[in-house]
Design a protein around this ligand. Sequence first.
Ligand SMILES: NC(=O)c1ccc[n+]([C@@H]2O[C@H](COP(=O)([O-])OP(=O)(O)OC[C@H]3O[C@@H](n4cnc5c(N)ncnc54)[C@H](OP(=O)(O)O)[C@@H]3O)[C@@H](O)[C@H]2O)c1
Length: 310
Amino acid sequence: MKPLKVGIIGLGTVGLSLYKILKKRKDLNIEIVSLCDKNNKVKIHKQDRYKFETDYKKTLNSDAEIIIELIGGLNPAETIIKKALKNGKNIITANKELLAKKGKNLFNLADKKNKSIKYEASVGGAIPIISNLKRLKTINTIKSIKGILNGTTNYILSQMHTNDISFSLALQKAQKNGFAEENPALDISGKDAIYKTILLTFTAFNKWINFSNVKSNGIKKISIEDIQKAKSSGKKIKLICTVKKLDHNPTIKVAAEEIDASSNFYNIENEFNAVEINGEFFDSLLFKGKGAGGFPTASSVLSNILEFRP
Ligand SMILES: NC(=O)c1ccc[n+]([C@@H]2O[C@H](COP(=O)([O-])OP(=O)(O)OC[C@H]3O[C@@H](n4cnc5c(N)ncnc54)[C@H](OP(=O)(O)O)[C@@H]3O)[C@@H](O)[C@H]2O)c1
């Protein structure tokens, strides 16, 4: 069996975890032909003799068949993916922001070049939600999708509810335990959840929702008083993402909602994510798992690599 040749660009939380998994799972016959990170801070084991680059262009010019973009952000990630597609490479990315904002053009380019962009890791971390949605929609009409798609905000809301602590204390705790970035704006504002909801909508309904048309307050305005009020009537507040298809057009909503114990999301706590899909024949399916973190996310990237095996 010929090895699958991959080039990895970005060796941070996810990229380095992927590198470690691939080092351990030699049996999968995946050959890393080029590794790239902006600066030479990454400790790659000398014995591995991988080709380590600090300039992504060298990875794009390597004989990798699959380019794995794990740097995040819009630029140069967009340039990397475009150039790689033009060079005849397939793409794997976890970059929900880029795909939510520029996905339409990138997927059109991929189609034109007869190449694929795979993005399992961009929604729900370890949860195999993209592949399952693709499979389910071939035999069912998907009616709606609901989810808790952001681990940081779910952690903060869970901590406020369980420990009766303020938003800022819960945020500090999230940061201390590695569940929130130093700058948590993308999560708290709901933007990260919107990116993921746009990607679920595209996957299920093949329609791109324009990011700038979706408004959300995320959990910015949720106070401990709101949490306590919900708690006194047996409810919890969660950041819920909803996609509904009315006629031909899907609509999406990302909002903090009060839910009661009858909701599938009531017991989804802390850094966990969950997605509920409602469809014509199967009624309701619930997926739950770790929504972020190096190894959970890298395992989704790995599942995408293996999809390229003939
Ligand atoms: N972390 C998670 O749990 C998670 C979960 C789901 C999806 N994702 C997505 O996965 C992607 C990677 O996330 P991450 O958490 O691994 O990010 P990260 O820890 O910040 O890693 C990104 C790495 O890429 C490097 N880099 C930045 N620009 C580069 C360039 N032009 N050329 C080469 N290397 C460059 C960075 O170097 P510097 O540090 O020097 O800038 C850093 O080492 C993002 O799209 C993110 O949204 C992450």
